[in-house]
Ligand binder design. Structure first.
Ligand SMILES: [Zn+2]
Ligand SMILES: [Zn+2]
Length: 306
């Protein structure tokens, strides 16, 4: 296409849709659900980013978990960092919270000037204070040099100690449920009901009745998955092994299908894959999830819009 023709068509909006950023505005749905990172566990992975997701309703971003790299994943997904409004942390394992403060800081660097409310288990407020103390040198210089408004007054940390309604605004209702993820003192799953769709994020958990209740009738359930065969032998030989811990704190993928069926969700999205890069597990995720679930099963991947 010649440049002049392109400019004329673009001005008329005829080809605007083809020029939207990756992941953006490819759907007419008001409630967009984007997986930002789908790995599980604290170590960086080659093929998947650390756990994080974003729900965007009418251009407003609600982020669930802040694994390492969440800000860049949002940029890659075409979601402007300045759209950040709420952050929900499921639990304090580093794969879920390592970039909690960093996300807010980088959103501010990208031009954020509006309030951000953050929600999660204690000690979220103390962590927020410490993050600002750690980042004071950078923030103070930018306030002085670049004339930015201070960031601290924009960030409001709320500690959750029980389930229930977390946020209710003109776009969404967000609910939390306490799930079971030993040895973490308290871990949450979150449900976001938007104007046209509902989505539940399990966080990390073993099979949880509270999660089944939270997910009842939801359109989409994004659930962590674990492939137990990868750990059985090692766990049997050592009661205090990491393998044993993994078996006791995550949900076998076959059970995830049962949970989705019991909750009556329409679509099950598998995420937080434990272990990573295991050939037997990779072959088995979807078939095992489908074994007991009649709805749609989606193998999660980074930047997938569900
Ligand atoms: Zn995790
Ligand atoms: Zn965890």
């Amino acid at each position: 296409m010649r440049r002049r023709t392109f400019l004329r068509l673009a001005a008329g909006g005829a080809i605007a849709a083809r020029w939207t950023p990756r992941g953006a505005a490819q759907t007419s749905r008001r409630t967009r659900i984007v997986l930002l990172g789908t790995a599980g566990g604290p170590t960086p992975k080659r093929g998947r980013a650390a756990p994080a997701s974003v729900v965007v309703v009418d251009g407003v971003a609600y982020v669930v978990d802040c694994g390492n790299g969440v800000a860049r994943q949002m940029v890659l997904a075409g979601v402007e960092l300045t759209r950040l409004r709420h952050v929900f942390i499921t639990h304090h394992h580093s794969d879920h919270n390592a970039d909690f403060g960093t996300l807010v800081l980088l959103a501010w660097a990208a031009g954020l000037r509006t309030d951000v409310d953050t929600w999660g288990p204690p000690p979220l407020a103390h962590m927020t204070d410490l993050f600002f103390e750690m980042s004071a040198a950078d923030i103070d210089v930018r306030v002085t040099d670049e004339g930015r408004a201070p960031l601290r007054p924009l960030v409001h940390a709320h500690e959750l100690k029980e389930g229930g309604v977390v946020v209710k605004d003109e776009r969404v209702v967000v609910r939390a449920a306490v799930v079971h993820h030993p040895m973490v003192p308290i871990a949450f799953a979150y449900r976001i009901d938007g104007p046209d769709r509902s989505v539940v994020f399990s966080g990390d958990t073993t099979r949880s009745d509270a999660l089944v209740a939270l997910a009842r009738g939801a359109d989409v359930l994004v659930h962590e998955v674990m492939f137990p065969d990868a750990y059985a032998a090692e766990a049997a030989g050592n009661a205090r092994s990491i393998a044993r811990h993994i078996l006791e704190s995550h949900t076998p993928v076959e059970d995830v299908g049962r949970i989705a069926q019991e909750a009556g969700v329409k679509t099950l999205v598998l995420s937080h894959f434990v272990p990573d890069n295991n050939a037997d597990a990779e072959r088995s995720w979807v078939p095992l999830a489908r074994k007991h679930f009649k709805g749609e099963v989606v193998l999660g991947r980074d930047l997938l819009e569900v």
